[in-house]
Design a protein around this ligand. Structure first.
Ligand code: NDP
Length: 393
C-alpha cells in the first residue's frame, strides 16, 4: 500500500535524523566553546514541542549561546524544565511578569517560540525591555505586525533575527553554492511541496488549525519553507504570484484555515516556481530545481536532520556528501555571534516580512481563483547566506 510505504520511509528518515543529531552532538562536544560566563544568555519564551525537543537541547551544546531563563504560562512545567537545566527559580518568568526581564542582565537574547499570532507582541515587549530577539517563523500573521516588529527593533537599536534554520544548514548551503557556481546552468523551474497531516487532538496542531493564532493553515507553518527556499535557492525575488486553494470546510480541521494551496511565482530571470502546501496530504518537505544542465533534488530538504540532497543528470543521481549538524544549535550560535559582533545578520526581520507579504499575496490570489498579484515591491535580501555562512561550524 502506498501509505505504508510512505509511512515506513518517513520512519526511516526520522531514524536517520536522530542518528545525524547524535553525531552532531558528538561533533559539537569536540569543538571549542566560549567560557560559560562569556556565552550569550538566551531566554526561551513558550515551552512547547520545539522548545523542549530542539531549542533547549541545542542550547546545551551551543558554543556561544546558553539558556539562562524560561518564560511559560505553566509554572509546574517551567519549574521542572528549569531544574533539569540547572536554572535558579528567579530565572522563571510568566507572561504576566515578562516585562521584568528588562531588569535581568543574564538575558541578552529572547527566543520567541509561541503560536504565530503571539510573535509580534512578545517580540516588541522584549525589544522594549532592551533585549535582542530571535523569533520563530512565520515572523507574524499580518504585514502590519511584521512591520511593527522591525520598527521596534530599530527604535530599541537591538537585533531582530528570524529563525530560518535552513539559512545555516550545511546541505542547503552546499546546494545554494552549487546553483551560484553555475553547475546547474541557468535555473528554469523550482518545484516545492511542503505539508503533512495535521491532527486536531494534538494541542500543538490545535492552534495551527485556528486562524486567530496561526494566521493561515499549512501555508504559514510548512509552505513558508518552500517560499523561502525558492528565494534562497534562486537568489532573487518573485515579481508575480498566482495561487489556488482547495479546502473541505466539512473537515473539522479546516473551519477557519485553508488546506491545500498551490501557487506559482514568476521570477525576473524567467524562472518559475510551482509550490504546494497542505495540512491534509502525506508528509513532505521537498524541493527540486531544474537548471538547463542539471537538476538539484532535496527530498527531504528541510527536516531537522536526515535531509537527502542529490545532483541529478538525466537519470543519474549523485548524492551530495555534506556533514550534518544540529541546526538549532547552529542557528542560536549564529545569533549569539551576531550579538557579539562576530557574524553578519543573515536572516533579519526584513527577510521574515518578505515571506509574510508573499504569504498574503498567495492568499489574496487564491481568494480570487488564481488572479495574478504583482509582488515586485523592490525587496532584495541584504546578505546571501551562501556567501557568508560556512558549511561546517
Ligand atoms: P507548541 O504548541 O508545541 O508550543 C507553543 C507553546 O506556546 C505552548 O507550549 C505554550 O507554552 C505557549 N503558548 C502560550 N500561549 C499559547 C496558546 N494560546 N496556545 C498554545 N500555546 C501557547 O508549538 P511549537 O513549539 O511546535 O511551535 C512554536 C513556534 O515555533 C511556532 O511559531 C512554529 O511555527 C515554530 N516552529 C518552528 C520550527 C522550525 O523548524 N523552525 C518547527 C516547529 C515549530 P507554555 O505552556 O510554556 O506557556
Amino acid at each position: 500500500m502506498p501509505n505504508e510505504i510512505s509511512r515506513r520511509t518517513l520512519i526511516e528518515m526520522s531514524v536517520a535524523g536522530a542518528a545525524a543529531l547524535a553525531a552532531a552532538e558528538a561533533q559539537a562536544k569536540s569543538r571549542p566553546a566560549l567560557a560559560k560566563d562569556q556565552k550569550i544568555g538566551f531566554a526561551v519564551v513558550g515551552l512547547g514541542k520545539l522548545s523542549q525537543g530542539q531549542i533547549i537541547p541545542g542550547l546545551r551544546t551551543a558554543r556561544s549561546a546558553r539558556l539562562v531563563a524560561v518564560v511559560s504560562g505553566h509554572r509546574d512545567k517551567a519549574e521542572r524544565i528549569a531544574a533539569a537545566e540547572g536554572l535558579p527559580k528567579d530565572a522563571i518568568y510568566s507572561y504576566d511578569d515578562y516585562d521584568r526581564i528588562a531588569q535581568d542582565p543574564r538575558i541578552q537574547v529572547v527566543y520567541i517560540v509561541l503560536p504565530n499570532a503571539m510573535h509580534a507582541e512578545y517580540t516588541i515587549r522584549a525589544l522594549k525591555a532592551g533585549k535582542h530577539v530571535l523569533c520563530e517563523k512565520p515572523m507574524a500573521t499580518t504585514i502590519a505586525d511584521a512591520e511593527a516588529m522591525i520598527t521596534a527593533a530599530k527604535a530599541a537599536d537591538r537585533k531582530l533575527m528570524i529563525a530560518y534554520r535552513c539559512h545555516y544548514e550545511p546541505k542547503n548551503l552546499a546546494a545554494m553554492r552549487q546553483v551560484r557556481s553555475g553547475a546547474l546552468g541557468k535555473p528554469r523551474l523550482f518545484v516545492t511541496d511542503m505539508g503533512r497531516q495535521a491532527t486536531l487532538s494534538d494541542p500543538s496542531d490545535a492552534w495551527r488549525l485556528d486562524k486567530k493564532l496561526a494566521g493561515s493553515g499549512g501555508l504559514g507553518d510548512m509552505g513558508i519553507y518552500g517560499i523561502n527556499a525558492a528565494r534562497y535557492m534562486l537568489n532573487e525575488e518573485p515579481v508575480e504570484v498566482r495561487a489556488w486553494a482547495n479546502t473541505d470546510r466539512n473537515d473539522p480541521r479546516f473551519k477557519t484555515v485553508d488546506d491545500l494551496i498551490a501557487w506559482q511565482f514568476r521570477f525576473p530571470s524567467g524562472a518559475i516556481c510551482n509550490g504546494s502546501t497542505s495540512f491534509n496530504y502525506n508528509a513532505t518537505m521537498s524541493f527540486e530545481l531544474w537548471g538547463e544542465k542539471a537538476r538539484l533534488r532535496a527530498d527531504p530538504g528541510a527536516f531537522y536532520g536526515g535531509n537527502k540532497f542529490a545532483m541529478v543528470d538525466g537519470g543519474k543521481f549523485t548524492d551530495m556528501d555534506v556533514p550534518e549538524i544540529d541546526q538549532f544549535e547552529r542557528e542560536m550560535d549564529w545569533m549569539a555571534d551576531v550579538v557579539r559582533g562576530k557574524a553578519p545578520m543573515v536572516s533579519p526581520g526584513e527577510e521574515g516580512l518578505q515571506d509574510v507579504r508573499l504569504i498574503q499575496a498567495i492568499l489574496d490570489s487564491a481568494a480570487k481563483n488564481g488572479a495574478p498579484i504583482r509582488t515586485d515591491w523592490g525587496y532584495k535580501r541584504a546578505v546571501d547566506p551562501a556567501a557568508v555562512v560556512d558549511i561546517v561550524a
